[in-house]
Structures are given as C-alpha cells and as structure tokens.
Design a protein around this ligand. Structure first.
Ligand code: GLP
Length: 240
C-alpha cells in the first residue's frame, strides 16, 4: 500500500483527480469503478471542471458503481444512482449507457453484476472511500477477503453515519461488490478525509487482513494507493 499524506483536503482531492486524469490520458477507454459518499463530491466537482477544457474526457470510458442501497423506490433521491447522476454523469455530460449499476431488482443480481464485470475485462481503476468503521463499499466488519458481489446488512454505525441523507426510509441493507471483487481491480485508489476517518485510517495502517477493518483486507493489493488529508492522517505515525 502506498500512502500519500497531503497538507490539505484540497491537495488530497487534487492528488486523486490527477491520478484519475493520468490513467485516462494513458488509457482513454479505461473501466473505472466509482464510489459515492461525501468524500467523493469534491473529486467529481474537480473532474467536471477539468472536463470543461477537455470535452472528450471520459467519453470512451465505462463505469461500474461499487454499491447501492436496497429497499428504496426507483430514482429515490438518496439512492447512489441518483447521487452519481447528479454529481458525476450530468455535470460531466456522460451517458447513462456508460455505467452499470448493481441490480437491485433481480434475484440473481449479484451474479449478473459479476458477469458484467468479467465481460468488461475488469476494472482498471477503482475509486474507494472509507467508512468510519473501516468498511469499503458496503463490506462491513466481518466481511471475508474472498467475498463477491452480494446482498449485505448494514452495520448500525453505518446506518447512523448516513441517516441524515434520508427523510423517509432508512435502508438497512445494500448490494455491494465484495472484497474479492474489489481486489480484482487493477488499481485501487482510496481517499479518506476528515477527523471522522482518523480511527479507520489508523486501523487500516496498523493491520493486515483484519476482519474487523475490511479496508485492511485490501492491503496486499499490488497497486493500492491511499490518499489522506491531515485530519484523516492525524492518528497515524507513518514510518512505512
Ligand atoms: C458509504 C459508501 C462507501 C463510502 C463510505 C464513506 O456508506 N457505501 O462507498 O465510501 O460510506 O462515505 P463518506 O464519504 O460520506 O464518509
């Protein structure tokens, strides 16, 4: 795992955006895995700025979403589908035909999504956020290293952390790529910002393959970059 500690949140976001741009410049038809959450909003905003001067940016890419809530009506404003439309697809003028969403309405949705991933040739760059309890996607503590796309129950901590996004239904389950699925991506790029992530970052940096910290199951990926702002890095002392 390569850790990049930045001097500010803006520098952390810029670092992530630069790495995405670099990947697309060398590989214009790359397959990108997208994450949601508040952390990613400035990343998508900066990509949209870049696109203004680079109209063909991401035009040949294909995207896969990491996860989605279950139990929400179609087009619910708090679904990750709505999030990615309003923060990514629309501002960057990208087509909905360029993205795959985890199927929330199919019995064999997880298997179908894995098939789509295989048929795409695999993810070139997977963008990842970090849950306060160390979750990635919605792989909560206890998730296995070889887990695949599946229906998962959300940890109480996750429900509490995300409940301000819901006025009505508060989902307690989701469909998420598994840790094993994420590990098959060619590159992993994780961004963690803010004090609320400092404990999870400390656990991630301290442990390998600790089921209590799902992100630590990604540590032996050969191309895993973790980008931190000062608050997220405030509980680590890196000599690695
Ligand atoms: C959510 C998502 C993750 C995201 C994480 C952090 O629950 N499933 O993909 O990375 O939690 O979210 P935030 O950036 O809002 O802290």
């Amino acid at each position: 795992m390569r850790v990049i500690q930045c001097h500010s949140t803006v520098e952390a976001v810029t670092t992530v955006v630069s790495m995405i741009i670099e990947k697309i410049e060398s590989h214009p038809n790359a397959v990108l895995g997208l994450a949601t959450g508040k952390t990613m909003i400035p990343v998508y905003e900066m990509l949209a700025e870049y696109k203004k001067d680079n109209p063909y940016f991401l035009e040949k890419c294909y995207f896969f979403m990491l996860d989605e809530y279950l139990g929400l009506p179609e087009n619910h404003p708090s679904s990750f589908k709505s999030y990615i439309r309003s923060h990514f697809l629309d501002p960057l003028s990208l087509q909905e035909s360029q993205i795959a969403f985890p199927p929330v309405d199919l019995m064999d949705g997880p298997a179908y999504y894995e098939k789509l991933l295989r048929e795409s040739g695999g993810i070139d760059l997977q963008l990842l956020g970090l849950g306060r309890n160390g979750h990635v996607g919605f792989n909560e503590p206890g998730s296995e290293k070889n887990s695949r796309t599946r229906v998962v129950g959300l940890a109480e901590e996750t429900i509490q952390a995300n409940k301000d996004q819901f006025n009505d239904i508060i989902p307690s389950s989701a469909i998420s790529m598994g840790i094993g699925t994420i590990l098959e991506s060619k590159n992993l790029l994780m961004l963690a910002t803010g004090l609320s992530k400092a404990d999870a970052v400390r656990e991630l940096v301290k442990h390998y393959d600790d089921l209590k910290c799902p992100a630590s199951l990604l540590r032996d990926h050969p191309h895993f970059t973790l980008v931190l702002d000062p608050d997220a890095a405030s509980k680590i002392n890196l000599n690695i």
